[in-house]
Design a protein around this ligand. Structure first.
Ligand SMILES: [Ca+2]
Ligand SMILES: [Ca+2]
Length: 437
C-alpha cells in the first residue's frame, strides 16, 4: 500500500488506490396495471430511464426486488401468473401461479419468492427462484400485502381477517391477528413492530412483533388506507389512502396520527427513499407518482409512461447517497481565511489528498465553494492545479473559484466546498472564513 504519493505517481495512482465503495443511486420500479409495463424511474433525476413491457395480457400489480437488486418480481392480477424480470437485460419471464396473484415478497436469502392470492380461498405460494417450482402453499383468504421480518424470522400476510404471522422457515402459522380486512403490511427496521393498513376501518394497526398485541390509530380524514411504509429511521409510518387522495403521517414512537398530505388520485404503492428524505406514492387514478418531501411535506410529481400505476410492495432499490468528507484549505497557507465580498478575480481553495481520498478522482468542473463555481478557462478546462500545499506527501488539488459568485454574507464563519468525483460520487469539505464587505 502506498502511503506517500508524489506528483509523479499521480497517474499510476488512479489505478492503485481503491475507490470508496460505490453508492448505487436509487431506482423505483412502478407496475402500470393498465399498460402491462413497468416504469423504471431514476430517483436522482426523476426521469423514466426504461420501460419494461411484460409478456401476455398483463395486469402487473404487486412488486418486490431480490436482495441484490438484480431481479424484479411482479404479480399479474389479471392472470394466474407472475413475472421475473432480469433488470440487467430487462427480459421478463412469466411463471404460472394460482389466480389473482397480488402481493409479492422475497426471502432475504433471495429464494423463495412469496406470492399472495386475492381470491376468496387465496393464500400464499412460495416459489423457488431457480426452478420456479411451487415449494409451499399457505392457506388464507383474500390475501394481499406480504412483508418479511428478518429479525424475527416471520412472514406477514394481510388477509380478509387481519394478518397472518407465518414462520419464515417452516411456513407454519404462528398467529392470526384478527381485526378486519388487512391490506398493506410494513415492518419496523428494528423488527420490533409491524404495521397493517385496515381499509374498511380507516385505521392503521400497530402490532408488537413479539406479543402480537395490537393498537389502532384512527387516520382522521383518510378513506381506504391501503399502502403502508415505515421511514428508514423507524420514526414515521405513512399510509396511502386510496379513497381520499392523501397520505397519512403517523408518529411511530408515540402512535399518534400527525397529519395528512394531499397527493394524486387513488394513491396505492408507497415507499420511502433509502435516505428517508422523500416518500414516493404511485397514484392509480392520476397516472403519476407523488414525491413527498418528508421534512416540509411539500409534494411534487413524477411523470410515467404507463397508466394506472400500482407498485404494491417494496418498489425502490438503492442506497442512500454517501457524501465523502474531505479536508480543505481555503487560501492555501494563508490564515485567517479572509474573504472580501468586494474583491474580484478568483479565490484558491485546496482540496487535500489523503490515504483515503485521491484528488486525481476530483472532477474540478463540478466543484463549488460557498456557492461559487470553479472558473472555466477559454480552452474549456477548469482552473485547477495539483500541488502538495501542506507538505504531507499527498497530492492536493487547488481550484480557483469566482469571487463574484459567493453566496456568503458578512458574519458567516464557515464556507462549504462541494463537488463530485469523476465517477459521480459526492464529496464535501468545510473551512472557517472571515467575511468582510
Ligand atoms: Ca487557509
Ligand atoms: Ca497534501
Amino acid at each position: 500500500m502506498l502511503r506517500h504519493v508524489r506528483l509523479t505517481t499521480l497517474v499510476a495512482l488512479c489505478v492503485v488506490v481503491p475507490a470508496v465503495a460505490a453508492a448505487a443511486a436509487p431506482f423505483a420500479y412502478i407496475t402500470n396495471s393498465n399498460t402491462g409495463t413497468i416504469s423504471v424511474l431514476d430517483l436522482a433525476s426523476g426521469a423514466e430511464t426504461d420501460t419494461i413491457t411484460l409478456p401476455g395480457s398483463a395486469l402487473p400489480w404487486g412488486v418486490a426486488l431480490s436482495p441484490d437488486g438484480k431481479t424484479l418480481y411482479a404479480s399479474n392480477f389479471g392472470n394466474g401468473n407472475f413475472f421475473k424480470v432480469d433488470l440487467a437485460t430487462k427480459v421478463a419471464q412469466s411463471i404460472a401461479a394460482p389466480a389473482l396473484a397480488f402481493g409479492v415478497a422475497v426471502h432475504p436469502s433471495g429464494s423463495p419468492v412469496f406470492v399472495t392470492h386475492n381470491s376468496s380461498t387465496g393464500g400464499t405460494s412460495a416459489f423457488d427462484t431457480t426452478t420456479f417450482g411451487r415449494t409451499a402453499v399457505m392457506s388464507g383468504s383474500m390475501s394481499s400485502g406480504a412483508a418479511i421480518n428478518v429479525a424475527r424470522g416471520h412472514l406477514y400476510v394481510a388477509n380478509r381477517f387481519g394478518v397472518r404471522v407465518l414462520d419464515l422457515a417452516t411456513y407454519a402459522l404462528i398467529r392470526q391477528v384478527s381485526m378486519g380486512q388487512g391490506f398493506g403490511v410494513a415492518v419496523h427496521p428494528a423488527g420490533t413492530t409491524f404495521y397493517v393498513a385496515l381499509p374498511s376501518l380507516g385505521q392503521l394497526a400497530i402490532i408488537d412483533a413479539a406479543s402480537f398485541a395490537a393498537t389502532f390509530v384512527t387516520l382522521t380524514g383518510a378513506v381506504t388506507p391501503q399502502g403502508v411504509a415505515v421511514s428508514p429511521d423507524g420514526k414515521w409510518v405513512y399510509t396511502s389512502n386510496y379513497g381520499s387522495a392523501n397520505v397519512s403521517v403517523v408518529n411511530a414512537e408515540t402512535g399518534a396520527f400527525v397529519r395528512n398530505v394531499s397527493v394524486g388520485m387513488n394513491p396505492y404503492g408507497l415507499q420511502f427513499a433509502p435516505d428517508g428524505s422523500k416518500a414516493y406514492v404511485a397514484n392509480w387514478g392520476s397516472h403519476n407518482v407523488s414525491v413527498i418531501n418528508t421534512t416540509t411535506f411539500t409534494v411534487t410529481s413524477l411523470s410515467i409512461s404507463g397508466r394506472a400505476p400500482v407498485a404494491f410492495g417494496l418498489f425502490i432499490f438503492g442506497q442512500a447517497e454517501q457524501i465523502i468528507e474531505v479536508a480543505i484549505d481555503i487560501t492555501p497557507g494563508g490564515n485567517p481565511n479572509t474573504i472580501n465580498l468586494k474583491a474580484k478575480g478568483t479565490l484558491p481553495v485546496a482540496i487535500l489528498g489523503s490515504e483515503e481520498f485521491n484528488v486525481a478522482d476530483v472532477d474540478p468542473t463540478t466543484v463549488t465553494f460557498a456557492g461559487a463555481p470553479v472558473v472555466i478557462k477559454k480552452n474549456g478546462q477548469a482552473m485547477a492545479s495539483y500541488d502538495d500545499v501542506n507538505g504531507d506527501g499527498y497530492v492536493d488539488i487547488v481550484v480557483h473559484v469566482d469571487r463574484e459568485q459567493f453566496t456568503l454574507k458578512v458574519g458567516d464563519t464557515e464556507g462549504v466546498l462541494e463537488g463530485k468525483t469523476n465517477d459521480g460520487k459526492a464529496f464535501r469539505g468545510k473551512g472557517s472564513v472571515r467575511v468582510l464587505n
